[in-house]
Design a protein around this ligand. Structure first.
Ligand code: FE2
Length: 388
């Protein structure tokens, strides 16, 4: 949902006869917010709604992971403790969830064997490690480390793993998009937005179109957390062209343009994407606050409306000890949170931070899964006990 694009061939107007090779093409209108939001129109060789068979596969395996009850606590999860293997969609494991959002992690070593489509959620992957490509009827979107990859709800696709991919994945159960206030009334990204249209990468159109990709004919669709497999009698990627504003995109986190102030600005200045009930922020290397007596380390705070997840990627995490790349911390509402003892004072006089991290703030409490519990650093909550 960045700007309008076209790939391949489209007719001069929607909803008219289009015969790119002498045969009638079939429109497929992918619309958001009913018919009021952004949309894209794809042109298929075969009707996109014709299937050969279907099969109920039951719940997504990640979602059958009963969450244990636990005391209110700050938590630290070591995602490198998760088993390696599996595919990006079927192999991922939910760690934290609420009615708006599910946060998954996977260390995928295999490409998805079928196409998948998430009818529950827009998906936003953060590529922690690895490299691959997202294949869809829109074309091929290559990605690598430090990219965000956005897949709109219901788009059939598969991730082809070229190097083992560690992905932090947000399922936004209503939507994930560029925050509305980053746009001017014409829909263009404002000059003071933290990124520009040029920073976003769109799918490339292969010679001969996506039909040359040899896509599987099986599409596993998730709805209500349950999976249904649909077999197609034709190639679901037999698309001759598309135009519109809904397409998978990639955004490299280091393209985010951080904002700093004379004194510390609230973490919302790092907002990169918004979703229904949550925001996603990017902390990238930057100069820090420039008042001569500034305290650059984040101040202790209570945000009684938000749970906070931080995913640490790289750098020196000035505020928290015992945290490394691949760490996820959860600081729930109800507890004041802030820097570890000593780090607040130590930040005075520093002029740069090289941290790279992704933060997710949610407006409803998050519930950890059994998998999250199995990779938890049990000592983290006590690291705030005075004297430890
Ligand atoms: Fe916070």
């Amino acid at each position: 949902m960045i700007h309008r694009l076209q790939r391949g061939e489209v007719p001069p107007k929607p909803h008219i006869v289009f015969e790119p090779d002498g045969r009638l093409a079939f429109e497929h209108c992918l619309t958001r917010q009913g018919f009021d939001g952004a949309f894209t129109i794809l042109y298929h060789r075969q009707p996109p709604h014709w299937i050969a068979s279907e099969e109920d596969l039951g719940p997504h395996p990640a979602l059958d992971d009963p969450a244990p009850d636990g005391a209110l606590a700050r938590r630290h999860y070591l995602t490198d403790r998760l088993a390696r293997g599996g595919t990006p969609f079927l192999g991922r494991r939910v760690l934290l969830s609420n009615p708006d959002l599910r946060v998954h992690m996977v260390h995928a070593t295999e490409s998805e064997g079928s196409l998948v489509a998430n009818a529950d959620a827009d998906e936003l992957h953060y590529v922690f490690r690895g490299r691959g490509r997202l294949e869809s009827p829109f074309g091929v979107l290559a990605f690598g480390p430090e990219d965000y990859v956005h897949v709109p709800r219901s788009v059939p696709h598969r991730i082809v793993v070229e190097e083992p991919c560690s992905l932090l994945t947000c399922e936004g159960l209503s939507w994930i998009d560029v925050p509305r206030n980053f746009r001017n009334p014409s829909g263009q990204l404002r000059m003071d937005a933290p990124y520009t249209h040029r920073d976003f990468r769109a799918p490339d159109w292969p010679d001969g179109g996506p039909a040359t990709l040899g896509a599987p004919r099986r599409v596993i669709t998730q709805r209500g957390g349950r999976l249904t497999a649909f077999e197609y009698a034709h190639d679901p990627f037999e698309v001759v062209g598309w135009d519109g504003q809904v397409w998978p995109f990639a955004f490299p986190i280091r393209a985010f343009q951080p904002r700093i102030g004379q004194v510390h600005l609230p973490p919302t200045v790092h907002m990169t994407f918004a979703g229904g009930g949550f925001i996603v922020c990017s902390f990238v290397p930057r100069r820090v606050d420039f008042h001569e007596r500034a305290i650059p380390c984040p101040y202790p705070h209570s945000s009684p409306d938000c749970d906070e997840i931080l995913f640490y990627v790289e750098g020196n995490f000035t505020s928290r000890k015992g945290i490394g790349p691949g760490s996820i911390t959860l600081h729930p509402t109800g507890l004041p949170h802030g820097p570890h003892p000593g780090t607040y004072e130590a930040s005075i006089g520093t002029d740069r931070t090289d941290e790279l991290a992704v933060m997710i703030d949610t407006f409803k409490p998050l519930r950890p899964s059994g998998t999250a519990q199995s990779i938890e650093d049990e000592g983290y909550n006590r690291s705030w006990v005075r004297g430890d």
